[in-house]
Structures are given as structure tokens and as C-alpha cells.
Design a protein around this ligand. Sequence first.
Ligand code: MN
Length: 463
Amino acid sequence: MKKTYKPMLAKPTPKPFSKEGWIYEIKWDGFRAIAYVKENLKLLSRNQTQIQEKFPELQELTILTQNVVLDGEIVIIKNKKPDFQVLLERNQATKPLEISIQTKKSPASYMIFDILEKNQKNLTNLTLIERKKILRQTVKEGNHVFITDFIEKKGEEYYKIVIEKEFEGIIAKKKNSIYQPGTRSNNWLKIKKTKTVDCIIFGYTKGTGFREETFGALILGLYGLKNQPIFIGKVGSGFSDQDLMKLSKKLKDLKTRKPAFKTNLKDVYWVKPKIVIEVSYQTLTKEGKLRMPIFQTIKTQKIPKECTTQQRTNPNLDPYYSKRDFSKTNEPKNNKKIEKDSIFVVQEHHSKRLHYDLRLEREGVLKSWAVPKGIPLQKNLKRLAVEVEDHPLDYAKFEGTIPKGEYGAGTVKIWDKGNFETKNWENDVIEFLPKGQKMDGKYILVRLKKGNQKNWLLFKGRE
Ligand code: MN
């Protein structure tokens, strides 16, 4: 075992598939590591650093097998799924005592999915399925060592189950493929969860090349608050040949002369809004259009009228979502309107530094400020209020603990809440009349011109 191996890598692919000759396994969210097991254990990370000292519990490997080179992922399982954040924290520990405390608190597991060498014999030229068999025969499972299960052929079904359990995604591997060290290969494909939206096809563009007979892209829309169709982008990828045929046949029967909305697209063929499809996307643009949309499936059960902009999150909330991992924090995800009147809330937030978060409903989100010294209850007090990212409406009801390591970690308690009336809302001045238990009367927010544009002053005014 003089030789070291670089791990074989998987190519990202947009959606799951079910194919003869492929197997599917869970995509573990952890540290990739190749284990060289002799009397001693050596664990090499993706960049060939030795990390065995950081995970003393994985010494168990030397009891469970001998004289092998294994490929797997180091994970820390919390609440039945890998917690990458905890793993990162554990990785911070460097002193032996620290490491041993962390080991007890958050033990790691090594999820093995491949074997590269056995008794000095290189196995990388065997097929994956042969290697999997040898792996089972060669390695016993222990308290920290597990062999990753896989299933054959049914990739789409498996993906659904895995995503429901809130894992990151799946890896598809070709059964008869060899192990190609250090290569990102088409024989290993990773499929990660993305956001999806059900939308309506309002038209299509002409195809070129082999798509000439079908279509180029589909024009997508959703119904807005007043049931008016709203353009949300076009999708031109993710279609199988079958999808292309099936959709273009349906679309040709639905042609209409009447455009559903204005777009700057040329040569659009409009269709009656009858077909609903599911589309995945990365994020929304500022204008609320889909970024990197990929066709997933036709939704025959879904009624077009039900595809409204409500199912999309408010693009103003993108910064809110990007800062939070909802598998770790139970802060609100939804943005449903609670009451008819505008709501305000002040939350006492015991994070690194105690502060009070003032939130005012405006344009479908909660405009938010952090007030370090608290809300002034007397007229002569002026307090600094730092503008922070918009929060979803459901946040007005939130009380609880944001876990350690997460954005804003600490406890949140509602300090005051109620409705408010807006007297004046300008770019730099907001005057409002909250009707809360503590906040009552007229309040004024004024943006400070100097320095950070996010700094405001909050004070009580004359009614
Ligand atoms: Mn806060």
C-alpha cells in the first residue's frame, strides 16, 4: 500500500432517472475520505491531508477489516441525518482533549461505498458491482463504520424517499464502471435537491436543429393576486425526447392568437393555459424570474388556476433564505398573511448581543431593524435602528431558539406585537402608529445620511 488514490468524483445532473445498469445511493453530506487500513489507520481527505487524528473513533476500522483501501464519507449524524455544520465545528478541534470531548459529544461515522485495494491487490479495474460485493465480504460494520446501501434501477423513486427524509440528494453510479481515481466521470452522477415551482405553459418558441419539429423553449407563467397571468421565464432544458414529443403535440392543439402577457421574446406561439409543468430552479432574479430553470415533469393532476405567484417566495426574501438552513433552524419558512391589517412585532433576541428586532409589514414582507438599546418608550429617547434583511410574514409569530452555529443563534421572544397604521412611508422617513401593549402612539424612523445607509434613528413623536 505505497500508493495513494484520489477519490473518483461525480458530475452534477439536474434530475433523477431510472435506468437499467445503474445503482443509486444516498449522497452523504460530509468529508470525503479514503481509508488506508493496516495495523494503523490512515484517513486522507480529498486534498490528501491526513485526518485520522481528528476522528479517533474511526480507529474501529482496524478491528473490522485489514489490509484494505476504502472510499467513503465521514459524517456526523444528528436527528437521523448528516449534519455538516456540526462536522465543521468538530473539525475546528485540534488539541487531543478538545477532540476527545467532541468525539463523545458528536461521534462521527464512516459511510463506506467503495473498495479500491484488498491484500495489496488493486481492485479499481473491477466493475463497481464486483467491488461492492468484495466490500461486503471484507468489511464488518461496527459502531462507527457502515457500508452504504444502494438500490438498483429505481432512481426516481429512491430520490423521492431520500429527499423526503431531508438528505441532500442521491448519487447514481453505473454498475459496470471501473474506479477512475481523481476523475469527475459520467459514470457517477450526483442529483441534489433544488427548488421547484408548478407553472403554466402560456406559449413556446420555435425550435432549431433537432428541436425544429418540436419547440425551443416553453414560456412560463403564474397567476398573480388579481388572477392576471405573470411571465416568470422560459425553460429550454431537461426534456427527454418523449417529453418533447408529448408536449409539442399537446401544445399544437392549444394554439391561440392572443398573447397572455407582454414579453420581449420574439416568435412566440401562444397557447391556451391548460398544461401545468413542474420546473426546478436555483433562485429567483430580482424581477422574480426563474434562474436556471429545468423541466422536471408534466403535472396532469394540477389545475392551472391553482398555479399562483403565492407558491413562489417573495424575491425580497432571498437574502433571508440564503442565510438560513431550515433543516437546522425552526425559524419560519412561510410568508402567509396572518391578518388583514398591517402587523408589527418586536422580538427580544438574545443572540451574541441582546437586541430588539422591530418588524413592520410592508409589501408582503416584514421590513426589519435591529435596535440594540431597545425600543424607546419615552419621547426624549432616540435609538439607533440598524436595517436588516426583510423577513417573511410568518416570522411575526416566531419564538424559540435558533441553534448554535446558525445565523442569529440564540433565543427569540416576542416583546410586543399588534397592528399599526402607516402615516408616512418614504425612502428615508417612516412614520407609523403601532397599537401594541408597550409600543403605543406615534413612532418615527429616520435614515441617517452619514456613513452606513442601513442606520436609522427610532424615536417617539408627537401624535
Ligand atoms: Mn435579530
